[in-house]
Structure formats: C-alpha cells, structure tokens
Design a protein around this ligand. Structure first.
Ligand SMILES: Nc1nc2c(ncn2[C@@H]2O[C@H](COP(=O)(O)OP(=O)(O)OP(=O)(O)O)[C@@H](O)[C@H]2O)c(=O)[nH]1
Ligand SMILES: [Mg+2]
Length: 284
C-alpha cells in the first residue's frame, strides 16, 4: 500500500510554531488513544524542548482502556503529564485544568516568589490533523470562550483565548505532521481515518484490520456480525459479506461494500474498544 502525503507548507508552519513557542508556558499535545505512538509528531520534541509538556490521550472512548492506562504510564515515564479525555462527550476534559496546574507547579511557585500572583498559564494545543484539537478546545473552553476569544482591534500579534481564570490559550492550534516516512504509521493513521479516503484502498484497509482483530481482538467480529470467526482475515470478510447478503448484481460477494461498513463500524466504535498499538513494542 502506498501512502501519499502533502507536506506543502510544512516548513512555514513549523517556523511559525517555533515563534509561538516563545510565548507559552506549556504545550498540550493531543494524541489518539488508539494509536498514541503513530499519532504523535516527532518534531514537537525539538520544537518544545524546555517546555512543560502535557499529553492528552484523546478519543479514549474508542480505545481499549487497559492499553490506554499502559500508554499513560509509558508517557509519564518519559516525563510527560498525561490524562485521558473524550473531547466529544467532555469526559475527562475538566481534569485537564488540574493536570496543567500540576505540570506548571514550578512556574507558579517562581511567579509567586517574584510577587506575581494569578498570572494565567499560557498554553498551546498541538496535534496532527483530525486528532480532535478543535473539539477539545471547544469542550474545554465551554461557551465563555466566544466572548473573550476575538478581541476587536487586535490586527497584528497573537490572540489569546481565556479558557478559564487559570489558563490562556494561543488561538491557533498547532497542526503537526505525523511520521511520514514510516509505512506502518501510515497504515494505522489510515485505519482510524486520518488520511483522506480517496487515496486509499478500502478493501486492503479492512483486510489489515480484520487481520489485526483476529490476532488481538478475537471475538469482536463475531459479536458485531453474529458470525463464526475463523483465523483467515479474508475468509472472515467473505463470511461477513455472506451474512449481510452483501452482493453485487451478478450475485458475487461485494467485498468493497463490506470493507466499507467494516471500516465505518470500527471508526465509530461499533467493533468495540480497540487499540491498534501497544507501548511495550514501542520502546526501541
Ligand atoms: N469519539 C470521539 N470522537 C472525537 C473525539 N474528539 C474529537 N472527535 C471527532 O474527531 C473528528 C475530528 O475532530 P476535530 O476537533 O475537528 O479535529 P482537529 O484536530 O481540530 O482537526 P484539524 O482541524 O483538521 O487539524 C470530529 O469528527 C470529532 O467529532 C473524542 O474524544 N472521541
Ligand atoms: Mg481543527
């Protein structure tokens, strides 16, 4: 499978983010809890060096809780402050404030010694496309943000959104690029739907998914489609097509269509809570 990427204006965006870094205290990085490694940008470590780092394991509602906890510990072991969120429902979003306060504890203490009290922490939200940055910001900010978000008259310079009395957010969420060169990463991003559909072969994706499920989540397909699962991934796709009477005009099984609804079910959590990569394999 070949993945095409569109790095385009990447260099410029990177330079802008580098500038913005000077203005902030803490970087809040969103990763997808189903693929915390593959959805994490490698450049950010260089860009955000010397910054306090918070990782949000977003879309945790779709991931496998057991592994999400393992990923949390994994990143904590690397010095990050980590918490689980579901930005869509708002679950865990409130706790982000506490985590950010904790992460910035030293800075707050330093301020206090200098006599600066209650200066809001300045944060930047970053993450790869589609990871949920906007959803998170909206959820975190609540309704109040609209009022204070766009100050009229500020034509140049940065704009800050006051999330609450403790945190201000630089208004442009930083878009980062995933690890382009790694095809496994590409596959996993495609599986969760982070890469544009048109450039991918849906049947191949569904095949890779069913193969993975047979290895790590045996029984999930049976539960969803009421089938007897077998070892062979392609065979399972055929069985599902048969079960759903998913056929073309000539009576042949329509695997394209079958692949489509399998992927759709997966991405919407209807195949269960699934994590596609595990921390113990990422330690290299
Ligand atoms: N299930 C679930 N879906 C989520 C969650 N957070 C975001 N989404 C969905 O993910 C999709 C992308 O969310 P956005 O907030 O637009 O992502 P983004 O990072 O701002 O994307 P770009 O602006 O393209 O970089 C939307 O369909 C959201 O509803 C979550 O925690 N759980
Ligand atoms: Mg967005």
């Amino acid at each position: 499978m070949h993945f095409q990427w569109y790095p385009g204006h990447m260099t410029k965006a990177r330079r802008m983010m580098q500038e913005d870094m000077k203005l902030i205290d803490v970087v809040i990085e969103l990763v997808d809890a189903r693929i915390p490694y593959s959805s994490k940008n490698p450049d950010i470590d260089e860009l955000a060096k010397n910054k306090t780092r918070v990782i949000l394991l977003n879309k945790s509602d779709l991931a496998d809780r057991k592994y999400t906890e393992q990923w949390k510990q994994y990143f904590e072991g690397q010095g990050y402050f980590v918490t689980l969120v579901n930005s869509k429902s708002g679950n865990g979003v409130k706790q982000v404030n506490d985590v950010v306060q904790k992460a910035c504890h030293e800075k707050i203490e330093r301020d206090r010694k200098k006599g600066i009290l209650n200066r809001p922490i300045r944060a930047m939200v970053v993450g790869i496309p589609n990871v949920g940055k906007s959803t998170f910001i909206n959820s975190f900010a609540g309704k109040a943000s609209a009022k204070t978000g766009n100050k009229p008259g500020v034509t140049k310079g940065k704009q800050w959104i006051r999330l609450n009395k403790n945190i201000e957010l630089l208004d442009t969420p930083g878009i980062l690029w995933p690890k382009f060169e790694d095809q496994t990463v590409g596959l996993r991003l495609a599986l969760i739907g982070s890469i544009r559909e048109e450039i991918l072969n849906i049947q191949e994706l569904a095949f890779e998914l069913t193969k993975f499920l047979a290895q790590h989540y045996k029984g999930n397909l049976s539960a969803r489609y009421q089938i007897e699962e077998v070892e062979d991934a392609l065979m399972n796709m055929n069985i599902i097509a048969e079960k759903r009477a998913c056929k073309m005009k000539g009576g042949e099984l329509d695997l394209e269509k079958t692949a489509g609804f399998i992927m759709d079910d997966f991405r919407n959590g209807r195949l269960g809570n699934i994590t596609l990569e595990f921390p113990q394999k990422m330690d290299t």
